[in-house]
Write a new protein. Structure first.
Length: 300
């Protein structure tokens, strides 16, 4: 894939390569000049990639090629022209939603389509498990719930930080239903004691847990370099007690999207942790201390 990456860099585009999945992206302001320049650059890159693949007797899956424009509702409603790209003989118009590594992304990054997909799949499996519950032992039922339900709630959940309470409520109802299925409690019974007895963190706390685990990995060289490079340790200008607090530098942001970016959310959550958790000697100890901390904050 080295020749492919060199082509992309030559056109001043950013990219991610995941096995046979290639992503190109560029940031710009919603003005005619910048959009025209970006569209022209991507088009030229597409054409060169297509020629290189043909000369190497390789093919691209045009049926799975998509592109979309991310932005606020105001920005997308006031685009200077309808963006489109031509790849080989096909013309692609901007999609409203695309699937990226198992996560459904919409043009406004509300994550509504992703949550809808999770709910549809999770409730299907809950109904199937309810039908065979009598034939399963409690331990097997719990394992199946974690396999088919909890794994879906946790996959890519760090992207859900800052989503509306309405969206997170949909996911919390799934977790509540899974807990009732395992314990056999009725819908009229209060769910909080049930989740506490199962020692389950609620959905919103699970999102925080995932982000902080990623932060710990990034700070200890256990994460991809592009994540580690996003974090900067806090160094005060003069000798202060806060210099020994293992805090991270909090960047300034001007937009709502900037406030929800990993570079902003991660330091904010990390700096609020007690020192004993941030100084954990291993990832296993960190996870244990962090879960206890979040559990006590919610249930105690």
């Amino acid at each position: 894939m080295t020749p492919l990456s060199s082509i992309i860099r030559r056109h001043n585009l950013k990219y991610h390569l995941y096995a046979d999945d290639t992503q190109l992206y560029v940031t710009l302001k919603p003005c005619p000049d910048e959009m025209s320049t970006a569209a022209e650059g991507i088009q030229q890159c597409f054409d060169e990639i297509h020629d290189r693949m043909n000369s190497s007797m390789l093919g691209l899956n045009e049926d799975k090629t998509q592109f979309m424009v991310f932005g606020s509702k105001y920005q997308l409603n006031h685009l200077p022209f309808d963006p489109s790209l031509q790849f080989a003989e096909n013309v692609f118009h901007a999609s409203d939603s695309v699937r990226d590594l198992g996560v459904q992304l919409d043009s406004h990054l509300t994550m509504e389509s992703h949550v809808t997909s999770i709910c549809k799949s999770a409730y299907f499996h809950l109904r199937c498990l309810a039908k065979i519950k009598k034939t399963l032992t409690p331990q097997i039922l719990t394992q199946l719930v974690h396999c088919f339900i909890t794994s879906r709630l946790d996959y890519g959940n760090s992207l859900l930080y800052g989503c509306s309470s309405t969206i997170l409520r949909k996911l919390q109802l799934i977790q509540n239903s899974a807990a009732r299925l395992i314990t056999g409690t009725k819908r009229r019974e209060h769910i909080t004691p049930i989740l506490k007895n199962l020692h389950w963190l609620p959905v919103e706390n699970r999102i925080t847990f995932k982000i902080l685990v990623l932060t710990y990995r990034a700070l200890h060289n256990m994460a991809p370099l592009y994540l580690s490079n996003l974090l900067e340790k806090y160094h005060p200008g003069r000798a202060l007690r806060s210099g020994q607090s293992l805090n991270l530098q909090q960047p300034r942001t001007r937009t709502q999207y900037g406030d929800l970016a990993f570079t902003s959310v991660s330091p904010r959550l990390w700096n609020d942790l007690p020192h004993v958790i941030k100084s954990a000697e291993s990832l296993t100890i960190f996870k244990k201390l962090l879960k206890t901390h979040l559990f006590n904050m919610y249930y105690m």
